[in-house]
Design a protein around this ligand. Structure first.
Ligand code: AMP
Length: 214
């Protein structure tokens, strides 16, 4: 399975990618996760990316494209991959097409996560992430047994800096302006499959599996 997950922040791409990664042993490649790790480790990439991320803007295309060229060559991608949060602009999509061509890889589909706007806001501002294992929770929709503590590993839950409401609003604007044009881009190439991502998680997973013929 080689797929792109497309959809606004808070559409549930990361949550469903984690389920499918487990089920099929895929590489789950989240550009946001890679960038956050670089910020935590204080790398040159992290230092460049941080100011963009903190203000809800996109990191420049050339930085992201170079990062992904390297990531997609790693051996764990051979069994299949989910691209979560990449591409996010038309130039990124064009660079990805060229790279996959060079590598002789064809995509099984581009899944568009469709979800109502008010649900997205609650998902983002309510999202909490385990600082230790990365499991995703939500104070409205997916509570932990003990508030603030991860059910899986006992780690402390944190809110991403960019999940604060004022930054979330900026991220949603950036999505509409820079990423939503990719819907048309992949529709024109006949690769887009729309999935109702407002429904219950297992149903979303089943719809994705059907879309890619699993
Ligand atoms: P995410 O976790 O996917 O919501 O990404 C968090 C932040 O990382 C975004 O708001 C951007 O600043 C940055 N980012 C992630 N993926 C990309 C990308 N493909 N292109 C540019 N910036 C990105």
């Amino acid at each position: 399975m080689k797929v792109i997950f497309l959809g606004s922040p808070g559409a549930g791409k990361g949550t469903q990618a984690a389920v499918l990664r487990e089920r099929y042993g895929l590489a789950h490649i989240s550009t946001g996760d890679i960038l956050r790790e670089n910020v935590r480790n204080g790398t040159t990439l992290g230092k460049t990316a941080r100011e963009y991320m903190d203000s809800g803007r996109l990191v420049p295309d050339e930085v992201i494209i170079a990062m992904m060229e390297e990531r997609l060559q790693k051996p764990d991608c051979q069994k299949g991959f989910i691209l979560d949060g990449f591409p996010r602009t038309v130039p990124q999509a064009e660079a990805l097409d060229a790279l996959l061509d060079r590598m002789g890889i064809s995509l099984d589909g581009v899944i568009l996560f469709e979800v109502p706007g008010d649900l997205v806001l609650d998902r983002l501002t309510g999202r909490r992430v385990c600082g230790k294992c990365g499991e995703i929770y939500n104070v409205h929709f997916k509570k932990t047994k003990v508030p603030g503590v991860c059910d899986l590993c006992g780690g402390e839950l944190v809110q991403r800096d960019d999940d604060r409401e004022e930054i979330v609003i900026k991220r949603l604007e950036v999505y509409e302006e820079q990423t939503a044009p990719l819907i048309r881009y992949y529709e024109d190439k006949g690769q887009l499959v729309r999935v109702d991502a407002g429904q219950e998680g297992e149903l979303v997973v089943a719809a994705i599996e059907r879309a890619v013929g699993q």
